[in-house]
Design a protein around this ligand. Structure first.
Ligand code: NAP
Length: 285
């Protein structure tokens, strides 16, 4: 199998390319092949003849998306459609990464793939449109919804917390938004399971197992980082509500995802987020 992985310079893209190279022939690209440019995408496909496209390219600045509406829409909605259309012309499929932010549910039930689409911010709306346009442009699509990513080569919540915990006397973290923290390496392994044996197209959820609030996530980060001596002292991590945290984009209060479908169809391993966080932090030591 030969894969074309887009977004190779991103947080997920870097870990996915590194893992994929161990077993597969891959072509990797970033901005130099603009996924919103049909000619560039078609030329790349003709030149490299991949068996499947894995799209990790995206616009991921959730707060900026509220004002950069055109760019957000172009990359997150139109981009997947261009990839889908071009891939369909040569009879290949697209594995595309989407987000829990296309949903906004209610506790305590994790959301399945057929939960009603309900984005509450501009990024989620554009990603939801991207899912729809891709699905309509190419029957061979695997849309993987994921959430709360942390990866060694990206700006993410774990690194932000560690930086704050090293420099502040105390921090406040939102305790009424719940989701699934997810390590990019676990997601990369799940993506490859689908790409190497693409069957049963459709939408699939993949995150790590276990649900947390951002506050619980931060408390666990501090606990593990102290154990691993990445931090020298504990600071108070104060719980606050979403209404006390000012941000441009609203976030869902509940977007935990049910992973039954991907487990049953692709026999994917879903490690607990605390265990994956431990492996991730071990890379930092
Ligand atoms: N991060 C999360 O917590 C999270 C949560 C849920 C879902 N996701 C989804 O997971 C996927 C990977 O996220 P990530 O955090 O790894 O993203 P990321 O670090 O922002 O990487 C995205 C990559 O795509 C590139 N890119 C942007 N526009 C492009 C275009 N028009 N053509 C080609 N490449 C382009 C970016 O280049 P530049 O750096 O130059 O912009 C960047 O290298 C995305 O689909 C995202 O929506 C992420």
């Amino acid at each position: 199998m030969t894969f074309w992985i887009t977004g190779k310079g991103g947080m997920l893209g870097q870990d996915l390319c590194a893992l994929a190279k161990q077993d597969f022939k891959i072509f990797e690209s970033d901005r130099e092949v603009d996924i919103t440019n049909e000619n560039s995408v078609m030329d790349y496909i003709h030149a490299n003849k991949p068996d499947i496209i894995i799209n990790c390219a995206a616009y991921t600045a959730v707060d900026n998306a509220e004002t950069q509406t055109e760019l957000n829409h172009k990359i997150n909605a139109f981009g997947p459609e261009v990839l889908g259309k071009c891939a369909a012309k040569v009879g290949i499929g697209v594995v595309h990464i989407s987000t829990d932010y296309v949903l906004s549910g209610k506790a305590p039930t994790p959301l399945k793939e057929d939960a009603p689409i309900n984005p509450i911010n501009a990024y989620g709306s554009a990603k939801a449109k991207g899912e729809y346009l891709l699905a309509n442009s190419n029957p061979l699509h695997w849309i993987i919804r994921t959430a709360w990513l942390f990866g060694i080569k990206g700006k993410n919540f774990v690194n932000s917390m560690l930086n704050l915990m090293r420099t502040k006397e105390q921090i406040s973290v939102v305790n009424d938004q719940f989701g699934n923290p997810t390590w990019t390496c676990d997601l990369a392994a799940a993506v490859l399971k689908i790409a190497e044996n693409p069957k049963n197209p459709g939408i699939y959820n993949f995150t790590n197992e276990g649900i947390a609030s951002w506050h619980e996530f931060a408390v666990e980060i501090q606990k593990q980082a102290l154990e691993k001596k990445l931090l020298t002292k504990a600071i108070p991590v104060l719980p606050i509500s979403s209404s006390e945290w000012k941000s441009a984009a609203k976030r869902p209060l509940w977007s935990a995802l049910d992973k039954t479908k991907i487990k049953e169809n692709f026999n994917v391993q879903v490690p607990l987020w605390q265990n994956s966080l431990s492996k991730y932090l071990a890379l930092e030591t």
